[in-house]
Design a protein around this ligand. Structure first.
Ligand SMILES: NC(=O)c1ccc[n+]([C@@H]2O[C@H](COP(=O)([O-])OP(=O)(O)OC[C@H]3O[C@@H](n4cnc5c(N)ncnc54)[C@H](OP(=O)(O)O)[C@@H]3O)[C@@H](O)[C@H]2O)c1
Length: 205
């Protein structure tokens, strides 16, 4: 895969896992940023991975920007990317997705960033599995977007990271993959399967 410029907005548990996976398992050029410039979570990652903080210009020049902020912070975070015309990977999942009457986080990001090509992906995978995909089979990454070219780029990146991309259809279906993310949380915590419980889609026919 050609070298891409990838930036991560949101450097907590999941943003840190994605940055670590990309920084350690690919040769793409990576930059990161937390809620504010110089945020402690971003500085820690920059130190661990030897990468720089993303400026507004870096975001605008990125091929892919991962948005990995709490769902409640999407509209607050979006102005950092205003005018961006590249690929946004929407990873955020609302705690009450499917029950809150809101559109998916991916669709909210698409509304906030109308010039970007928004792709929903990685919403149903635990950060632990992003860091260490494991050896029990490939975890599926459900990839939804209205932009087929952007979907293909993100699917190739998912493959490069050790996952199996599954065509999740248009962005309007992102909600269902986000619900699977919250189901993974419930399975891990309430049902006791732990933070490596994963989904693998296969054709039983
Ligand atoms: N954790 C998982 O395994 C997992 C899996 C799938 C999906 N997700 C989704 O990924 C999202 C992040 O989850 P998380 O577990 O990583 O949460 P987290 O550990 O609380 O991290 C949230 C990050 O978002 C940043 N942030 C908050 N407001 C921001 C803003 N206005 N602009 C830019 N950055 C902002 C925070 O920055 P500071 O550090 O500077 O405060 C922090 O780095 C959530 O929507 C979650 O549902 C998580």
């Amino acid at each position: 895969m050609d070298e891409l410029k990838i930036s991560i907005l949101g450097t907590g548990d999941m943003g840190g896992a994605i940055a670590t996976a990309i920084g350690r398992r690919t040769r793409h050029a990576l930059k990161v940023r937390g809620a504010q410039p110089g945020s402690a979570s971003a500085l820690k990652l920059m130190d661990e991975l030897g990468v720089m903080e993303a400026s507004k210009q870096d975001f605008l020049a990125s091929d892919i920007v991962f948005v990995v902020v709490p769902a409640a912070a999407i509209e607050r975070a979006a102005p950092t990317l205003s005018g961006y015309q590249g690929i946004v990977v929407a990873v955020s999942v609302s705690d009450s997705v499917g029950r809150d009457g809101l559109p998916s986080s991916a669709e909210r990001i698409a509304t906030a960033l109308p010039e970007a090509s928004v792709v929903s992906a990685f919403t149903s995978i635990w950060s632990n599995v992003i860091r260490e995909p494991g050896k029990s089979g490939k975890t599926s990454v459900f990839v939804s977007s209205d932009d087929d070219k952007a979907k293909e780029v993100v699917s190739r990146l998912a493959t490069e990271l050790g996952f199996e991309p599954v065509n999740g259809g248009p962005l309007s279906t992102a909600l269902y993959a986000e619900v699977m993310g919250m189901f993974a949380v419930r399975l891990a915590t309430d049902s006791g399967y732990g933070r490596t419980i994963s989904f693998h889609a296969f054709n039983a026919g």
